[in-house]
Design a protein around this ligand. Structure first.
Ligand SMILES: [Zn+2]
Length: 524
């Protein structure tokens, strides 16, 4: 799972309550969109647009459909529909035959839509006619005459348009204009990078690629489509392979996962070059069911972990004062606690584990749960630390004494935030310590500045985090455990394993990964 997909998931797991609220809002929004799409699908089934009357007819049909369309929103919604349903020529005809009155009212908006339609059309059809290029260039020139200063949205659209023409280098000036006002968007960077690849200016392409990554803008498919399109013209299979290898290595480093669209394009390129590849699955133990090679965890080296630890301590713990809700006495007591041991095998987020049973259970239930989890690790001869809250001292004696006698315990005041303690304790114990919590510590992730650090932090956490699923009546503890391999592009001997996401399901929570794979053989 790429960093960006992880971010999506983090948002969904914020907490059970807000997750529900977000979900309901999403569901309502989705229902509204579904209804809107149903109407549009019905009315716009094979639309014919050959003259202004056809456009008026379509507009009126939509406006009188009973949906929540208004004269103000109808053009925007229809054009959005044409773009998402890939009916680019229909969209262009729609604008062409809109009445003078509508055109003059929203001239800038419509020009932007023409730019977007041609951009999408170019990557869908893998080419653009010379006449269309000239048209875009002249539209842009006229636009600049009417609007010497453009807003960010229009600059972005102009970048899309020019990026698919021979004037693509102008996009570099335009993105500088945007930078004076804002951080350029993903699609802006992607359009420029794709254009640079298509025009054989690799150096420029990678420069913007790195900048996009540093600015935390996820890449659009067009980048990879353009990259593969260029490779199609290479006569030599070995050259294709070495260029792919270069791309894959960069994707591994930046934790990029392809979309299904990109993987299908890649597969076409591979077939054309007689490079063997097949869709595959990776089993629970990390073996590819096609080539039987085992994928591995990309572990952080000690050096990387120490650096990351230093950055978290300085930038996040000290710099952002994440212990602000803690008293100085408590913090100093915690430091003394940490000094009392050098390492431990397992850190348990006590309340987080207890609340797996819900927040309305009795202390007897909570303490039993926690005692079972502690016992699970103690029976495996692991050393255990439990972090919790002061009120846990009042839990039923039998279970709580077991926890006290078998684990090192640190309890914060009931008002303190405990996840900074969890993070600090985990860093103190070293990179191999298991952390038992459902908390994904995303707020700390966002406080780290460098995207590489964010990837490393996510990787470390995802390799160490055990999430309690349930405990059976006989006390057997079941966890969602980390995968034994990293879900990122990996080369094992002669085989590249390329993960891709066919459909990001934010509700996916099981032990099984939702990621699919392509196994590609790179031997001669
Ligand atoms: Zn394989």
């Amino acid at each position: 799972m790429s960093l960006f997909q992880r971010v999506l998931r983090f948002r969904c797991f914020h907490s059970s309550t807000s997750y529900l609220a977000v979900n309901q809002k999403k569901l309502l929004e989705r229902a509204r969109k579904d209804e809107e799409n149903e109407i549009l699908n019905r009315i716009l089934k094979n639309p014919q647009i050959a003259n202004p009357n056809d456009v008026e007819y379509l507009r009126n049909e939509v406006l009188n459909s009973g949906g929540k369309f208004t004269t103000k929103s109808v053009d925007r919604i229809l054009l959005k529909y044409f773009i998402s349903s890939k009916q680019y020529d229909i969209g262009l005809d729609y604008i062409k035959y809109l009445s003078e009155e509508h055109i003059s009212k929203s001239h800038l908006f419509l020009t932007n839509q023409i730019f977007r339609l041609y951009f999408q059309k170019r990557y869908e059809e893998k080419s653009l006619s010379e006449a269309a290029e000239e048209h875009l260039i002249s539209l842009y020139k006229n636009l600049r005459k009417s609007y010497p200063v453009l807003d960010v949205i229009s600059l972005e659209h102009a970048i899309l348009a020019l990026s698919v023409t021979k004037e693509w280098r102008k996009t570099i000036e335009l993105v500088d204009e945007i930078k004076k006002m804002n951080r350029p968007s993903s699609i802006c960077f992607s359009a420029i990078i794709a254009a640079a690849f298509l025009n054989n200016e690799e150096k420029t392409a990678w420069m913007f690629f790195n900048e996009m990554f540093e600015k935390e803008r996820p890449p659009y498919d067009v980048i990879f489509q353009a990259y593969f399109e260029q490779l199609e013209s290479l006569p030599d299979k070995q050259e294709v392979l070495s260029n792919l290898e270069k791309l894959f290595r960069i994707c591994t480093e930046k934790d990029i996962i392809f979309s299904e669209r990109v993987i299908l394009d890649l597969n076409k390129l591979l077939r054309k070059n007689d490079i063997y590849a097949t869709f595959t699955t990776i089993n629970k133990r990390g073996y590819c069911t096609n080539c039987q090679k085992q994928l591995t965890n990309l572990e952080l080296t000690d050096e990387v972990f120490e650096k990351l630890k230093g950055k978290i301590v300085n930038n996040v713990i000290v710099g952002k004062n994440i212990f602000s809700k803690t008293t100085p006495e408590e913090f100093s007591r915690f430091q003394t606690f940490l000094k009392s041991f050098d390492s431990c095998d397992v850190i348990i987020d006590g309340l987080n584990v207890a609340y797996t049973a819900g927040t309305k259970q009795s202390a007897a239930v909570y303490s039993t749960l926690l005692a079972h989890v502690v016992a699970h690790f103690v029976n495996k001869e692991k050393t255990v630390v439990v972090l919790g809250r002061a009120h846990m001292n009042k839990w039923p004696k039998k279970q709580w004494s077991y926890v006290r006698n078998n684990a090192k315990i640190f309890l914060t005041q009931d008002i303190s935030q405990d996840d900074p303690y969890l993070l600090c304790c985990a860093l103190h114990c070293g990179k191999d310590t298991i952390i038992v919590t459902k908390d994904l510590m995303r707020s700390h992730l966002f406080l780290l500045k460098d995207p590489v650090d964010k990837i490393m932090f996510s990787r470390w956490l995802s390799q160490r985090q055990y999430q309690l699923k349930f405990i059976t009546n006989d006390g057997k503890v079941h966890f969602k455990v980390p995968l034994p391999y990293t879900e990122t592009m990996q080369k094992k001997l002669d085989n590249w394993h390329i993960p891709y996401l066919s459909n990001v399901d934010p509700n996916h929570e099981g032990n099984e990964s939702s990621t699919k794979w392509l196994c590609m053989q790179c031997s001669k």
